[in-house]
Design a protein around this ligand. Structure first.
Ligand code: F6R
Length: 610
């Protein structure tokens, strides 16, 4: 999704803007631009394509200034053109960058056209700049004009504005899209996320919904929805520069796949150190809330939704609580039945996914009093809107395809399950010890699965030549089959579907022929024999099988049957271990096909629009 960066300083801010935009590239974008106020003139460079091309153009134009804003655009309204790229300039006077969607832009466009404003782009954004310009022409200062404008907008936005009329300041506003302020020495900045600023400062202020801010070189003022100045809290970000660098890896996705043993160890550190499953890791009110709920409603999107689907098996079987899992974008628009005794659990890597955030707000409006967020980004919107929080400690995830966030979400959800079970007297001391042991071994088992990479690379060569693939799993591993299919389709652009293996004969078997590779996730669990019958159904139709089987699953290689042995069965945590091979298969297939692994076409990292 779009990314915003802005800076006001005694020094030249152009390198700060460019570096910030490069660090926001991972969010997904198709054009970029910067605008600076230099010697009283508004100067701008915009390009479609990579930030590097825009940066080269900025250098060629010798752009330098102490005040500027920058943007990476992920097209929503209007095609991928230079004219639609941000910043947008109103009458040469003010420049603006925007993330989000203005829903009433057509009505505002008509109003502004009647006022004599012309439009150079097809974006919804341009109306914001003209509205601010219009209010300034009526005598308002930049901040008041922005505050007045925000009251005339419906939709979601994070905006930053600079004006020739007040060259000593930058103003910004947030509603529904992330925006934070970075505090420097003799300089201040804004950005969509902290990764854009860590090169300059770790001291950040998270803006809340409806707030506006005024930044000068040496001051920051924050205002609430009623435009009253308010105090703010300064946070020290723990995102490290190293976590944002590639190091020896070719892609962030590859790096993040390989970081999973340590990401899991970090996420599990508190429970392993405590030597028990303890409600306190979810927050101060967790004991009362988790103790009184009678069911769980999980809301999430994409890969995070698959984590929820996996957790349902655990929560119902181990904690004995009913658990529903729903795609957030569906839930938020349906007349759902609300049971106030059911805990709303949102799962989100970014914590900014608009559908998940809105589904959470909707659930509260329906009468769900209690919510828990499982999230990877501290202080992001979803945990801030939740009563209880468990942060996964995967570290920054830059690759668009989610990998380490998913496995750490599963680890967090397993902990939630055990806490719920323990509170209900459903976790004996020996079971608790056994599960803790499994968690202790988990990073090692995941490392073992990573060691399968060379074998998986050989399979990937084969997959790279195919147009379709099926992924099969049963029980706990059915969501992992879906996750494997999602990974493959999003980064290699091969059409792939994940199915519960028992469902094959109810339709998808019709697709199976010698051109259809079928990936099977085959742990040595109670459904193994049933799964073996399903694989025979595939083989009998000429389908080629690629089986990830536990060491003790007893699958043999034969013609059309390829087997890679995963570590010994990891019990209830097996879905986490079995995720690694399907991630590696997708990664290496995409590599063979030469796609842009970290920034697959049409996709964005944090989906902050509908
Ligand atoms: C797939 C992927 C997406 C996200 C989804 C939700 O690899 O990354 O499907 O899982 O957009 O994002 P979060 O977890 O940030 O809410």
């Amino acid at each position: 999704m779009c990314g915003i960066v802005g800076a006001i300083s005694d020094r030249d801010v152009v390198p700060v803007l460019i570096e910030g935009l490069k660090r926001l590239e991972y969010r997904g974008y198709d054009s970029s631009g910067i605008a600076v106020l230099s010697e009283g003139q508004m100067r701008r460079v915009r390009r479609t394509g990579r930030v590097a091309e825009m940066a080269a153009a900025a250098e060629a134009e010798d752009l330098h200034a102490g005040l500027g804003i920058g943007h990476t655009r992920w097209a929503t309204h209007g095609g991928v053109t230079e004219a639609n790229a941000h910043p947008h300039i109103s009458r040469g006077e003010l420049a603006l960058v925007h993330n989000g969607i203005i829903e009433n832009h057509e009505a505002q466009r008509e109003r502004l056209t009647a006022l004599g404003y012309g439009f150079e782009s097809q974006t919804d954004t341009e109306v914001i700049g003209h509205l601010i310009h219009h209010h300034m022409s009526q005598g308002l200062d930049l901040l008041t004009a922005l505050q007045t404008t925000t009251r005339e907008l419906t939709g979601a936005y994070a905006v930053a504005v600079v004006s020739r009329a007040q060259p000593d300041r930058m103003v910004c506003a947030r509603m529904g899209c992330p925006l934070l302020i970075g505090l420097g020495e003799g300089e201040n900045m804004i950005a969509s996320d902290v990764s854009a600023l860590v090169q300059v400062t770790r001291r950040v202020v998270f803006m809340d919904e409806g707030q506006t801010a005024l930044l000068t070189r040496d001051s920051v003022s924050l205002f609430n929805e009623q435009d009253r100045e308010i105090e703010y809290e300064v946070h020290l970000s723990d995102v490290s520069l190293a976590s944002l660098e590639l190091g020896p890896y070719r892609h962030f996705m590859q790096k993040e796949i390989h970081e999973q043993p340590s990401a899991l160890a970090d996420t599990l550190e508190a429970v392993i150190d405590a030597g028990q499953f303890c409600h306190s890791m979810f927050g101060a009110k967790a004991e009362a809330i988790l103790g009184e709920i009678e069911g769980v409603q999980i809301l999430a999107c994409g890969t995070s939704h698959y984590a929820g689907l996996t957790a349902r098996y655990w929560i119902e079987a181990i904690a004995g609580l009913p658990c529903s899992v729903e795609i957030a974008s569906e839930y938020r628009y349906r007349e759902a039945y609300a049971n106030p005794r059911h805990l709303i659990v949102t799962i989100s890597q970014s914590g900014e996914t608009l559908d998940t955030l809105e589904a959470l707000k909707y659930a509260k409006a329906l009468g769900h009093p209690h919510s828990l967020a499982i999230c990877n980004v501290p202080e992001s919107a979803i945990p801030r809107a939740s009563e209880l929080i468990l942060y996964t400690r995967a570290g920054a995830e830059i690759g668009v395809a989610s990998t380490k966030a998913f496995t750490t979400q599963l680890a967090a959800l397993f902990q939630l399950t055990c806490v719920l079970a323990k509170q209900r007297g459903r976790l004996s001391a020996s079971a608790e010890e056994e599960y803790l042991d499994q968690l202790r071994f988990l990073p090692g088992s995941v490392q073992h699965a990573l060691n399968l990479e060379p074998q998986i690379m050989a399979w990937a060569e084969h997959f790279a030549t195919k147009d379709n693939a099926l992924f099969l799993g049963r029980g706990l591993h059915y969501p992992i089959a879906m996750e494997g299919a999602l990974k493959l389709k999003e980064i290699s652009y091969i059409h792939a579907e994940g199915y519960p293996a028992g469902e094959l004969k109810h339709g998808p078997l019709a697709l199976v022929d010698s051109e259809m590779p079928v990936v099977v996730i085959a742990p040595n669990d109670s459904l193994l024999e049933k799964l073996k019958s399903n694989t025979q159904e595939v083989r009998a139709r000429g389908g080629e099988l690629f089986i990830f089987a536990d060491q003790d699953s007893c699958f043999e290689e034969s013609e059309g049957v390829h087997v890679i042995r995963t570590p010994r069965h990891a019990g209830l945590l097996s879905p986490i271990v079995h995720t690694i091979p399907v991630q590696l298969l997708a990664y290496h297939t995409a590599l063979s096909r030469g796609t842009d692994v970290d920034k697959p076409r049409n996709l964005a990292k944090a989906v902050t629009v509908e």
